[in-house]
Ligand binder design. Structure first.
Ligand code: ADP
Ligand code: MG
Length: 292
């Protein structure tokens, strides 16, 4: 590509809200075969809401919600915000918290009014040695509905299964359809559990899913998608996405995402949604065609 055609292409992209931080990305994007998407905040709003709370025998729903909210008040995770809002709506009293601990990709724990409270993914409960048996069917149902099941334990006993749901952005289905129409494969990388990830993928027609990825595991998940020499663009928004954005054949950051993600990407989608990916690839193909 000539410098002039790249300039024209990146200028046209800017008008469409697609910022090429590096002009070369306009060329590399053309050869991409797979578009890998982070789930939370990229194809979803990144603002989950609490949808379900089923207490275990011997626990009351509001009692568990208040305990869990007290712990989550110390967490920055979007799931924490969902739980806090739900407790606030109910006007629940939040107890005194001591010894807060966050295990990235697993969950959070603390003492609340002297009781040990743990909340997080099934793998967190397994790691803590709690038996999930009683809630297996309920968790499977929630996952099949594309909700994220979480568990709460109080003083070493499973106290509730909780679910949050993160709405899919209104623009996501059409963007994925457009990527398919362009002959691309669409993949999703997420920290969420397999059942939920697969339910989301099914709804959107996503071709490949890499679920249960730990925050530091996204580069490895990307490497898996690149096997066989496939060229992969990665789209993300979060702090955890930064290494994969830098490592991908082309990294595209959601413009409303975190600063680290934006700084690690070659392309920034100012519109804040996946239509920007479609525009970026279409422009790349048009630009390179014109100059060949
Ligand atoms: P994602 O960005 O896809 O949500 P994370 O690695 O942040 O991935 O989290 C993975 C999983 O760990 C979540 O789906 C949830 O089950 C659990 N988790 C992490 N942080 C919390 C938290 N503050 N409260 C409850 N669960 C959490
Ligand atoms: Mg995200």
């Amino acid at each position: 590509a000539t410098p002039t055609s790249i300039m024209v292409g990146t200028g046209r992209a800017a008008e469409l809200g697609v910022l090429f931080r590096r002009g070369e990305a306009l060329q590399t994007l053309r050869d991409v075969e797979v578009v890998a998407l982070d789930k939370t905040g990229t194809l979803t709003e990144g603002r989950p809401e609490l949808t379900d709370l089923t207490p275990a025998p011997g626990f009351a729903a509001d009692e568990v919600l208040a305990l869990v909210a007290a712990v989550e008040a110390r967490s920055e995770h979007p799931i924490a915000q969902a739980i806090l809002r739900a407790a606030e709506v109910k006007g629940l009293r939040i107890g005194a918290v001591e010894g807060f601990e966050a295990v990235p990709g697993y969950g959070v724990a603390a003492r609340v009014d002297g009781r040990r409270v743990e909340v997080g993914a099934d793998r967190y409960m397994v790691r803590l040695g709690h038996d999930l048996g009683a809630f297996g069917a309920e968790a499977a149902r929630l996952g099949a509905e594309a909700r994220t099941p979480l568990y709460a334990a109080v003083d070493g006993r499973l106290a509730a299964v909780i679910a949050v749901a993160d709405p899919i952005k209104a623009t996501t289905p059409e963007a994925i359809r457009a990527l398919h129409d362009m002959g691309l494969r669409v993949a999703m990388i997420t920290g969420d559990n397999r059942a939920t990830a697969e339910a989301v993928a099914r709804r959107l027609g996503i071709d490949e899913v890499v679920p249960e990825v730990l925050p530091e595991g996204k580069v490895q998940a990307l490497a898996k998608l690149r096997q066989g020499g496939r060229r992969v663009a990665f789209v993300g928004d979060g702090i955890n996405d930064a290494p994969a954005l830098a490592e991908a054949d082309v990294g595209l950051a959601i413009g409303t995402g975190t600063d680290v993600a934006i700084e690690s990407a070659e392309v920034v989608l100012m519109g804040g949604d996946l239509r920007g990916v479609v525009n970026a690839i279409a422009l790349s193909r048009a630009t390179i065609r014109n100059i060949r």
